[in-house]
Design a protein around this ligand. Structure first.
Ligand code: PLP
Length: 362
């Protein structure tokens, strides 16, 4: 079976994890600090603050910016639940606006949604493609809004040469299926020393000196074991992303001209790191049947995401406000993600493409 994701763990990870175990220090310490140093280089930011997950990264980022109840954060509805949950956890209102054909938030829709309660814009770099950060950053600059990037799927992606996570406060995840992993884990990137300082306080109960509390905080800490897995992963990120991009280019080529399949859009200036390689199927195709036939051919395709984030009864709340979401709704109906991970070579990519073509092109 060709799976949709595969963890890449090597001897270096084993050696560093053993080093931690033998040191006897398991809770946040020097390994986490090393992890932060190497990750700050990836994001091109001055600071990186490691936390326990991508979700806690998003929550802590919003808290560090002092986003609170009654204020609004504009984000995409076409994302994983964590993006929405993080906003709701702060007590703020999530205002969901539409996406464009590249599956990221529409700057025009963001602009139209800004009102006097808006405090932040939270673009999601979905599938590894950065959102239109040039437009979003200039909009934020004009309006004085904060930018929190949900870069959970976009380690190493760039816009006009600038890394995802360096445009505002960047939030990354190291969950097992992401481009690089620590099992569970997250990091927040920023150039703002005051934000970094607040993040470090929030991460550890709001405590600066031992039992001296400055703000009510939480326990968002990463362990030394997670950091030990992550350091070699960060070292291999460029190489892993390069293989994803080669695999994506092969899929583009194999699927070019297949009428029932729209391959990913990559706008000029943006470097996609293909956390997922996501196509759109033509209207009228039965997506579940496509997934089933591909599975019979030994290929696991995935649907990320079959519904919009708030399209569940539990989000029927006054703090969830949806604008016109036509494009996002059509994406949720038609997207299909194909295996693209760096463990796959040309032969497997051929099998992926032909298993799709065999069902849609007849
Ligand atoms: C994975 C993911 C998160 C959450 O990260 P966790 O580490 O699983 O908490 C948030 N947003 C997006 C878009 C993600 O893909």
């Amino acid at each position: 079976m060709i799976e949709i994701s595969q963890v890449d763990l090597r001897e270096e990870e084993t050696a560093l994890v053993l080093e931690v175990l033998r040191s006897g220090r398991l809770a946040q310490g020097p390994m986490v600090e090393r992890f932060e140093e190497v990750f700050a280089v990836v994001a091109g930011t001055e600071f990186a603050v490691a936390v326990s997950s991508g979700t806690t990264a998003l929550v802590a980022a919003l808290q560090a910016l002092e986003v609170r109840a009654g204020e609004e954060v504009i984000t995409s509805p076409f994302t994983f639940a964590a993006t929405l949950n993080a906003i709701l956890e702060t007590g703020a209102t999530a205002r969901l606006v539409d996406i464009t054909d590249d599956f990221t938030i529409s700057p025009a829709a963001v602009k139209a949604a800004i009102n006097d309660r808006t405090v932040a814009i939270m673009p999601v770099h979905l599938y590894g493609l950065p959102a239109d950060m040039a437009a979003i950053a200039s909009l934020a600059g004009e309006t004085g809004l904060a930018v929190v990037e949900d870069a959970a799927q976009a380690h190493g992606a760039t816009v006009d040469g600038r890394p995802a996570g360096s445009f505002g406060v960047g939030c990354f995840s190291f969950y097992a299926t992401k481009n690089i992993t620590t099992g569970e884990g997250g990091v927040i990137t920023t150039d703002d020393a005051a934000v970094a300082d607040r993040l470090r306080l929030l991460r550890s109960q709001g405590m600066r000196e031992r039992y001296q509390y400055e703000i009510p905080g939480h326990n968002y800490r990463m362990t030394e074991l997670q950091a030990a897995i992550g350091i070699p992963q960060v070292g291999r990120l460029e190489q892993l992303n390069a293989q994803r991009r080669r695999n994506a280019a092969m899929l583009d080529e194999r699927l070019a001209g297949v009428e029932a399949v729209r391959t990913p859009t990559v706008p000029a200036g943006r470097v996609h790191v293909y956390h997922q390689y996501t196509v759109e199927l033509a209207e009228g195709l039965d997506r579940d049947a496509v997934v089933d036939s591909m599975a019979e051919a030994g290929v696991r395709a995935g649907v990320y995401y079959p519904r919009l984030a708030h399209d569940h009864a539990c989000y029927d709340l006054p703090s969830v406000v949806a604008d016109d979401l036509d494009r996002a709704r059509s994406a949720a109906r038609s997207v299909l993600s194909l295996p693209v991970h760096p463990g796959l070579g040309e032969q497997e990519i051929d099998a992926v493409a032909s298993s799709l073509v065999a069902v849609v092109d007849r």
